[in-house]
Write a protein that binds this ligand. Structure first.
Ligand SMILES: [Fe+2]
Length: 169
């Protein structure tokens, strides 16, 4: 099998893990441990999703890594998608300007796709033709399901459709 090129997303994961593990659980909408677990596992599910549907797997992984950053850094729960832009851009700047060292930067074109997916990912009941928007909503739904979180309505539709496509259901 060909080796997957995911060096940038792995570096980004390490950067955010090193930052996030220093947070304490004070006045936080969700425990930081949850956000760290969900960041790692949704990033891996995003790669599986990308391989299945033949979209850019590293970009999918980066989107998943960053998708709940406003919950962690802004302590937002509702509207954490529409308020994410400044936190997403901040993390990408830290990655591009320092943490990536000799790895390629995350490009402006990629940033546009990343923001378009993250900014609407809470609206699970809205389906669109944007493959990266759908990827994030589906991966977010499946990851919650795999942690035993009650999965209903659009979350259930999305989880079932991905698991069926993987021949699991
Ligand atoms: Fe999420």
């Amino acid at each position: 099998m060909d080796k997957l090129n995911v060096k940038r997303s792995s570096r980004l994961l390490v950067m955010l893990y090193n930052e996030w593990r220093k947070h304490e659980n004070i006045e936080r909408p969700l425990k930081i441990e949850w956000n760290v677990m969900h960041m790692f596992s949704s990033s891996q599910l995003a790669k599986l999703y990308a391989l299945k549907y033949e979209i850019d797997f590293e970009l999918c992984s980066i989107i998943a890594i960053l998708h709940d950053i406003a919950v962690v850094e802004g302590k937002f729960k509702s509207d954490h998608d529409s308020l994410a832009q400044k936190y997403v851009l901040g993390a990408i700047n830290r990655y591009n300007n320092e943490y990536r060292k000799k790895l390629d930067p995350i490009t402006d074109e990629e940033i546009e796709i990343i923001l378009s997916a993250i900014s609407v990912h809470s609206d699970k009941e809205i389906f669109s033709n944007n493959r990266y928007v759908e990827m994030l909503k589906n991966v977010d739904s499946v990851d919650r399901y795999l942690y035993g979180i009650k999965t209903e309505e659009a979350y259930s539709t999305r989880t079932e459709s991905f698991l069926k496509d993987l021949n699991i259901l």
